[in-house]
Design a protein around this ligand. Structure first.
Ligand code: CUA
Length: 125
């Protein structure tokens, strides 16, 4: 929906007949890859949220921050993995190509609850 409105704005500016400056302005407001951003935090020993619903075929960017120490983020079935480090934001782009439930989990040992640090991506049509 955001993308559609961005395209509309650019089209309208184009119709106004103004040149490059306007176009650049419009482009700046709708950066390339303006996917939906979903913020996630990781801490011993949980992700928040730990359940995320996505739509099949719709790209999203997970914006993941650690609140304490190094963690990992792995979705084996979607071939996704990343390191999550405190003080940094890790962005993971996902285009879910299948409907279903896909577990994500921490794959960097982070303490006694590491094995239970997990969540679920739910991909719907
Ligand atoms: Cu978090 Cu292992």
């Amino acid at each position: 929906m955001k993308r559609t409105s961005g395209v509309t704005i650019i089209t309208l500016l184009g119709l106004l007949g103004t040149a490059g400056a306007w176009h650049r302005l419009a482009s700046a407001k709708v950066p390339a890859g303006a996917e939906q951003l979903i913020h996630l935090t990781a801490k011993k020993f949980e992700y928040t949220p730990n359940e995320i619903t996505l739509k099949k075929g719709v790209p999203v960017v997970l914006d993941i921050t650690s609140l304490d120490r190094d963690h990992g983020f792995k979705v084996p079935e979607l071939d996704v993995r990343a390191d999550i480090k405190p003080g940094e934001t890790t962005r993971v782009r996902i285009v879910p190509d299948r409907v279903g439930r896909f577990e994500f989990r921490c794959d960097v040992f982070c303490g006694s609850g590491h094995e239970d640090m997990a969540g679920e991506l739910i991909v719907v049509d």
